[in-house]
Each structure stands twice: as structure tokens, then as C-alpha cells.
Design a protein around this ligand. Sequence first.
Ligand code: HEM
Length: 556
Amino acid sequence: MGSDENTISPTRTLLLAAWGIFREYWILLIPLFISFRFLCKRYVSPLRDYPGPFLASCSRIWKLMSTASERTHLDHIALHRKYGPIVRVAPNELSFASPMVARNVLSAGKRFYKTDFYSVFPPPENPDIFTEVREDVHAMKKKVANVPYSMAAMRQLSPFIDDTIDFLVSRLDQFCPDTAIPGFQQAGLPGRNTIVNLGDWLHFFAFDVLGEVAFGRSFGFMAAGVDKEGAIKTIDNSQKYNGIVGQIPEVDILLRRNPLWRWIPAFNPENALITRIAREELAKRRPFEIERDGKGASSDGREDLLSSLIRGHLKDKTKFHEGDIFAVSHGAIFAGSDSTASTMQSFFYQVLSSPRVYMKLINEIEAATRNGTIAPQGNVQWTEAQNLPYFQACLKEAMRLRPAVGVNIQRYVPPEGIEVEGRHLPGGTRLSLNGWVLHRDKATFGQDAEFYRPERWLDDPENAKVMERYMFQFGGGAHVCIGRNLALLEINKVIPRLLRDFEFELAYPGRELKAKATFFVVQEGLEVYISRKSLAEQQLSEKVSEKETITTTTEE
Ligand code: HEM
């Protein structure tokens, strides 16, 4: 017994020896181990033959740094220019530049599923349509949410979008020399009008529309004329976090998912303006079982997103849970605000940067006003905007060159793997797609794909159809953007109206619009001079329009 106690097992001897060596040489051993791991990732990997930055081939540091720099959209353009159509951006991740590959990867039924990148987006306890990575659960939720997002449902909410546009116009009026309220104008240069941050107003507008559509009430950003309670900034910061930490989702548990944050009021997401409003509206509509006036439960009887989701929940509580109502409606604000604002900012920036394009567009809008294609006053209707071919071309071209999502969309290769250009990619490999890269493909969009040229959409209708197939500004397949009808509806209504009623001029022509890719591309610096188109001009166009109507009637 005594000898047993004194005997040290061989395993223990080995461990003690190893520990002794480690204690003595740890300063050498740790870097050696890290280098070994790096080299294994670099060279002992099925992706080893793909080109890319050295750092990217052995660790995720490259993509982490690129995302943190907020210039990852530009990094990816540069990367593909340097290395070609397929680039290794992390040990287990390839970025593709080909729109054909992207179409295939994003197509429904091809089983390229969302990666854990999406799992860091809030709310973690109850994923919404954007963050849900379980495909079957996603499909169930999307089926319910598709109803309120349909174009028919959106058109039904059109009057509320119209009111918000009227309000935006009245706010912009306050900056114009003829219509300004005395004392309202600030920061004007001598002899010039006020410089207006049009980018900010479009941002406020996009938020207020979402408030109306989702919760039946405006968030009040345009009324305040500022980012109330820093709510927009909070969302932007949250998106920045998602973009960066999404590259290394494992650490989310130590950061945002860390339960300790709940005890620090400033870090508690429940305190943010948008979340508070969403919670308040939801509380007002309880109990869900009682449907007021048979019209959902919004305060003024309108069928907003929230009431439609409540209806979806009541229809089948097992498929669309109570928690989904909040998650989906709240998620809409995150997914739909910066994206729509960014798209409108890109449009104005591109158009105003090219006097030729701006003139041509204004000529189209003025002619359309004169000949009755669009109303000479008040709001422009969706169908009217569809009859402005040059405007449509300018919009598509803006979404092509500066798509609103700037960070890579990621998908896994299905478990059985795939063949790419004669090479096998194992299941679980990550594929990355970036709209800023895909939309610059010269084979698809022409040799001048780098340039803003709306005419490319009008030159040849057959070619335009092909280009349309390879546009990914709204993603694609089963995960195509659910809010695209809403976004396009408001954009098609508000932009032609603004171009019809105001004159714009960039305050700093030639200055680049700052584009920070957090998840969406948050843009800053769209500052303009603005003036009301003269009343005389508008009356003239109305008279011409009347005259033309009389002539047409007589001819008939
Ligand atoms: C011009 C404006 C918009 C753009 C450019 C845009 C862009 C996109 C893109 C690229 C995706 C796919 C992302 C991915 O697969 O990782 C997406 C998905 C999504 N978008 Fe939008 N979006 C816009 C407006 C909106 C609006 C207004 C809403 C809601 C009110 C919205 C809600 C969503 C949701 C819920 C998803 C997830 C869909 C799914 O996975 O099934 N978006 N959007």
C-alpha cells in the first residue's frame, strides 16, 4: 500500500515534465504554437490554392480589420482587382466576384444557408426574419410576414407615406429663400441660400415612414429636425457591432449577449427610443384576442405591420409565436431605415454629381409634369413614377454602383460540397458576396461598369433584362429583402416629388460622399443648396398641362 502511494503514474510523470518544459520555455512555445496553427490553416486546407492576402489565409484578422475599418466594400473591390474572381478572405471563406455564382448561391432551393454571421444581430432570444438561420423556421415566419409586406398591403398604407412626404416637403420649404420662416435659416453663406444636410432629412424621413408603417405612428425625427435621443446613432452603432462581431460570432457571448450588460442602463437595449416605442405600441394593443372593429388593433384602425403580424399570430400561434410579433416588427426598423436612407442618398449624390444627368432627369420630370404623366402638384403616385424611364434608370444605376449593403452577405456550402471550376469545395466552406463587387462585373454591366451611366439601362431592353437578373441590391432567393416593396414605393413617391418641387445643387461639388460600411452603408455629407422651383414656373407648367389637355380633348 505504501509503495502504491509513492508511485507516480507514467501519465502524471509526462504531464509534470510537459508542464516543466512549458514553464521554462513558454515565451517560445506560445508563438511557435500560433505560427504552427497559422501555417496549418494556410497550407493544410482545401482552400490553400486560392489567392488572397497572406493574413487572410491563416486567420480571420484580415476580414475583422477590414470590417472594423468600415471600408470593407472598397477593400473587396480592390481585392478582386488584384487577385481575380475568387479570393480567399479568411481560412475557411472565399469571396466571389461573379454575379452568375451569386445568383446560384442565393437561389431558393440550392441549400446555401445563412452562416452564424447573422446570429449576432439582435434579438438573440427570438430571431426575426433577417436573423433566423434555421431555414424551416425562417420559412414559417416569412410566410406570415409576407402578407403585410405585399405591394397591395403597402399601397393600402400609401396615404400615410403621402402625409410623411408632405411633411418632408414642408420642412425643406423652411430652408428655401421664398418659403422660409424668418429666423429659421441658419448657416447660410453670404449671398447664398442655406446649406441643407439633405442626407439627414432623407434619413429622418425613412425612419418616420417606418414608424407609420410598422407602428401606426411617426417616430418624430422630422418634427424634431434632429436625431432624437441619438436613436439613429444607436442603430448605426449596433449595426457596426453586428458587422464586426459577426466576423467572429463566438465572442458575442462575452460582449452583447453577456447578461451583465442588462444591469448597466446605458447598455440596456430596452431603453432605446425605437425599442421603447415598439414595446409601448405592442402593450396598447393587448389583449391580442380582441380585434377592435375587426381591423387589427392599431389606434386609428389602420392595418399597420404590427396589427397584421398580430393577426398572423392569432391565426396560428404555434407557427408565429407571440415573441415573433415584436421581433419581426422591431427588426423591420433596423433592416429598413438605414438601407432606404442610404439608397436615396446614393441617388441624389450620383445624380447631382453629374450636371448632364441632373439636367436630363429634370427635363424628363418637367415634361412629365406638363403632359400630365405625373401630377403637377401634391404627391406622385407609384404608377406615375413607373412612367419616368430616365428616373427609373437613374435609380437602378444608383443601386448598382452604391448598393445599400456594404458588408459581405455570407452563406455556407451545403454539406455534400460543391464543384467550382473543377475544384471541390467541402461542405461548410463560407462563401462571401458583396454587391459593390458583383455590380461592377464588366461582362454583365459593360466595360464602363465603374461609372454612373443611367443610359445603360435604356440602350438595349434585352441587355437591361440580363443586368436586372444580376442585381443583388435586395439580396436574392428565399432571403430576398422582404421590405423591398415598401422601400421602392416610398422612393418612387418621394424622389420625383422632390425633383419636381425643388432645385438642388451640391454645396461641395467633387467632394466624395463618406460611405461607412457597418452592415448597411451609412453615408454622410450629402449637403446641398436648395430652392423652391418658382411658383411662376409651376403655374406655367400647370397652364401648359391644361392647354395640352384641351388640345388632346379637341383632337379626340
Ligand atoms: C432600399 C432599401 C433596402 C435595401 C437596399 C435592402 C437590402 C436588403 C438585402 C441585401 C437583404 C438580404 C440580406 C442577406 O441575405 O444577408 C435584405 C433582407 C431583408 N430586408 Fe431589406 N433592404 C431594404 C429595405 C428594407 C425594408 C424597408 C425592410 C422592412 C421594413 C427590410 C427588411 C428586410 C428583412 C426582414 C430582410 C431579411 C429577409 C430574409 O432573410 O428573408 N428591408 N434587405
